[in-house]
Design a protein around this ligand. Structure first.
Ligand SMILES: NC(=O)c1ccc[n+]([C@@H]2O[C@H](COP(=O)([O-])OP(=O)(O)OC[C@H]3O[C@@H](n4cnc5c(N)ncnc54)[C@H](OP(=O)(O)O)[C@@H]3O)[C@@H](O)[C@H]2O)c1
Length: 253
């Protein structure tokens, strides 16, 4: 009951998994969430447990409000507290930006449901628990996509822009008890792009990304997790801000 608790949506893979493992390594208990891949979630949970963390594994689709409410209830029953909520789960459809006919309203609605409405529902479900913590934080995982006007699809770019705006509004609404900040990763070496683009296109895009970034590198899930940990566990006078982790891609060469 005395250890701090972090809930991370979409933590069966990539950035979310690296974040769960980092919080566990630094002495937190964690809730690992996923929507489909139980085997991957259990693997992450095992890694967290081996660091001494107590772990709750919860299957829930963040686009479903009842499932968000259910995770909050289960976290309260198991841990009696939540200090940090990381809204990391996200989805997209890979559509060339010039292919306007490749996206329809249903695509926008599905992507917004997970990337924008999901974080709102999670914050609403967890606000009472977070409000009881002496140092509570929400970290929303966005992207550099809305800063560049580039990314996996127009709908995805727009959804992350909406998530940024939502984060600012929530930072005002939830202050002074709860901070709300944004992490905006660049191109991350995670299953997301490898699965979405295929190995060959991923490799070509990685070469192009590196050659146009000041630090000549992609970003790892662990790099993003460090910033999530900082904004969630350490920063106390920062709210409504965005921290870009892009290897200097926005700056360029
Ligand atoms: N990869 C990049 O280059 C990149 C760049 C910028 C921003 N981001 C953002 O970073 C976040 C994580 O991306 P990643 O690269 O770590 O992706 P990833 O490796 O594909 O992991 C995505 C995670 O989200 C979960 N998930 C998907 N839909 C969900 C839903 N509706 N409810 C709950 N969980 C759900 C997945 O679990 P299941 O498979 O079980 O559903 C998985 O755990 C996303 O918000 C993404 O937009 C990624």
């Amino acid at each position: 009951m005395n250890k701090k608790v972090c809930v991370i949506t979409g933590s069966s893979s990539g950035i979310g998994a690296a974040s769960a493992e980092l919080f566990a390594r630094r002495g937190w208990d964690v809730c690992v969430n996923y929507s489909k891949d139980a085997t991957a979630a259990l693997r992450v949970a095992q890694n967290c447990k081996s660091q001494g963390a107590e772990v709750l594994v919860e299957r829930a689709d963040v686009s479903d409000d009842a499932q968000c409410i259910s995770i909050a209830k289960r976290v309260e029953e198991r841990f009696g507290r939540c200090d940090v909520l990381v809204n990391n789960a996200g989805t997209t459809k890979f559509v060339d930006l010039k292919d306007l006919a490749g996206l329809d309203a249903a695509d926008f609605q599905r992507i917004y449901a997970v990337n924008v409405i999901g974080p709102f529902q999670m914050v609403r479900a967890f606000a009472p628990l977070l409000g009881r913590s002496a140092k509570a934080a929400v970290v929303n995982v966005s992207s550099i996509a809305p800063l560049l006007g580039g990314g996996s699809s127009v709908a995805y770019i727009a959804s992350k822009g909406a998530l940024n705006a939502l984060s600012l509004a929530l930072a005002k609404v939830l202050g002074p008890q709860i901070t709300v900040n944004i992490v905006a990763p660049g191109m991350v070496d995670s299953p997301w792009l490898k699965n979405g683009l295929g190995a060959e296109r991923f490799a070509a895009m990685a070469r192009s990304y590196e050659s146009s970034s000041a630090l000549n590198t992609l970003v790892s899930p662990e790099d993003v997790a460090e910033t999530i940990y900082y904004l969630g566990a350490i920063a106390s006078k920062t709210t409504g801000e965005m921290h870009v982790v892009d290897g200097g891609r926005r700056l360029g060469r």
